[in-house]
Design a binder for this molecule. Sequence first.
Ligand code: CU
Length: 149
Amino acid sequence: MKKVILSIAVIVAMGLTSCKEEAKKTEETVSTEVSEVSKDIAMTDLSFGVRGNCGMCKDTIEKAANGVEGVATANWDTDKKKIDVSFDSSKTDEMAIHNAIAASGYDTEKVAGDEEAYKNLPGCCQYDHDMAMNQSGDVKSEDHSNHGH
Ligand SMILES: [Cu+2]
């Protein structure tokens, strides 16, 4: 009887060990995945039009957007006149980002750039206020699915 219990205990112990190892491995994989997923869930991705000319504009615009608390990434496309931002919606919102960019002198889709700041921009950066913004590389006139209207 003692032997049987012992061997059962050994089997259980072995089973536990291998399970533990497997569980550990799975846990590691899962935890990486979870942290990535939760990052995705917490972050709101947004893109909107912002006028500007060159690489210096890009720096200014992105710096302004990144200066908003809760903004994780900001990437302004020089050709498309469009910014992609990723932000934590529990810390900030779309308008705060528009306002920050506008304060740096740049027009966004929703907020006109601050005039004083615009005047202080380097000459090459004083973009045309009539410039088309949010230009898509490939024009899909019917694709409004991401715009919420
Ligand atoms: Cu510029």
